[in-house]
Design a protein around this ligand. Structure first.
Ligand code: ADP
Length: 156
């Protein structure tokens, strides 16, 4: 029998998708056969800075050469999104203890919502540890240059 495909979802707000996120995906592909990048988005709340459709198209364009990567939006429990994609794994990145505190409780909840559902953490690459979507939004809001922090060109 062929080995079961290892499918992971990489959930997040990706507002915007950064070089740090790209790095987690590329390293994740050394572990998983497929990664579904899931942009959690509540259409009723509309509480994003960067347009979700723009972000989907930028991420798809960026990874279009690699059929192991797909990009979807979702508006449901992350655990349910994972099951829909037959994913037994959630991929997340860890930068610091703040990330850890937050991730620790979510990972435990997700494990109970859908079993088997393991969260696999990759420690940030030092060269990307300083990159966060929050900082990018702030820099962009005040007209700063974010081009070195994101892995695609943004015209907005
Ligand atoms: P969320 O809104 O769920 O925190 P984000 O879009 O901010 O989602 O991040 C998605 C995932 O990527 C999280 O696991 C986060 O810790 C991780 N991440 C964000 N920036 C980096 C980075 N620079 N290096 C490694 N992981 C990162």
């Amino acid at each position: 029998m062929p080995a079961k495909e290892r499918i992971a979802i990489f959930p997040g707000s990706f507002d915007p998708y950064t070089k740090g996120h790209e790095d987690i995906v590329m390293r994740g592909l050394q572990i998983f056969d497929k990664i579904v990048i899931g942009i959690g988005y509540n259409s009723a709340k509309r509480n994003r800075y960067f347009d979700v459709d723009l972000m989907v198209s930028k991420i798809r364009e960026l990874h279009k050469g690699d059929s192991r990567i797909s990009v979807e939006t979702y508006n449901e429990l992350t655990a349910m999104f994972a099951k829909k994609h037959r994913a037994d794994y959630i991929l997340r990145g860890l930068r610091n203890t703040t990330d850890f505190e937050y991730e620790n409780s979510i990972a435990q909840v997700n494990m109970h919502l859908a079993e088997p559902l393991e969260t696999i953490f990759l420690i940030t690459s030092p060269k990307y540890a300083h990159i966060s979507s929050t900082i990018i939004r702030e820099v962009h809001q005040y007209g700063g240059d974010i081009s070195k922090l994101i892995p695609y060109k943004l015209e907005v």
